[in-house]
Design a protein around this ligand. Sequence first.
Ligand SMILES: [Mg+2]
Length: 278
Amino acid sequence: MQTQLLEGTNIEIHNKIQTGNIKHVVFDFDGTISLIRDGWQNVMVPMMVEFLQSETETTETHEELEAIVVEFVDRLTGKQTIYQMMQLCDEIEKRGGKPKEPLEYKDAYNQRLLPIVDQRISDLADGKLSAETLRVPKSLEFLQSLHELGVKCYLASGTDVEFVKNEAKLLGVAGYFNGGIYGALREYKKFSKAMVIQKILTDFGLSGSELLIVGDGYVEIENAKAVGAIAIGVASVEDNVYNMNADKRERLIRVGADIIVPDFREGDQLLEYLFKGL
Ligand SMILES: [Mg+2]
C-alpha cells in the first residue's frame, strides 16, 4: 500500500490495520517520550574510540575508528546498552587487545553520561528547564488521553531500569504507566522488550490488534510486528553530532511500522483513528 496521510494531518498510514481493539500500549522511553538522554551518542562514541586507541595497538586513525564505532552503535540502538559494549569488547579483541567485562565499559559510559543527565535534571528542579522541553512534544497529553480511554500503558526501555523510573517520574509521566516500568537489568538476559511484549500477550491472552507498540527504535517495531501487534514509529529528531539515525523514518518503515508520526502533536487525531470502531 502507498503511503497515505491521515486526512488533514502529518500522520502517515503505511499499513491497513484493524482499529478499535487496542487495550494495552507499550512505549519505548528515550526518543519516544523522553529527551533527557538526548545526545547520548556524543558521549558513547568518543569514549569507545578512546578505548580502542588506548587498549589496542591499532594503527587506524581516529576517523577510521570513529566510523566503525558510529556504525555499530547506531545499528545496536534500541537494545540494551550492554550489547553496544559487547561489540566494543569484540572490536578491542579483534585488534589484539584484552577487553574488560562489557559491564565495566557500560559503567564507564554511565559515569560519563551522568553529569549531562544530572545537569538537565537539576535545571529541571531549578526551573531553568521545563519538563515540557525534555519530553517529546505532547507525549504527556497523549498518555493522559490513553489513560482516560482506560488503556493499560507500559514502559519498556533499553536504559537501566532505575534510571528510567527516576527520569519518568521527573518528567511527570511515571503515573501513567499502570502496567509497569521495565528497563535494562545488570543480568541482561532477564530483560528484553520482546520479553515484556510476550508477557503482556500471554498474561491477558491478547490478539495482535489489542496491543499497540510505540517507539522510535527499529527494535521495538520489529518486536511488535513479530507478534502481529500494531506498531507506531516515532520519527523524532535527535541531537547527535554524528548524524546517526538520520534515516530514522525510513528505517522504521522498513521494519514494518504501520503508522509514522514525528511526535504526538496530532495525538487527538491519532487516537481518533486508532480507537474508531469503539
Ligand atoms: Mg528510543
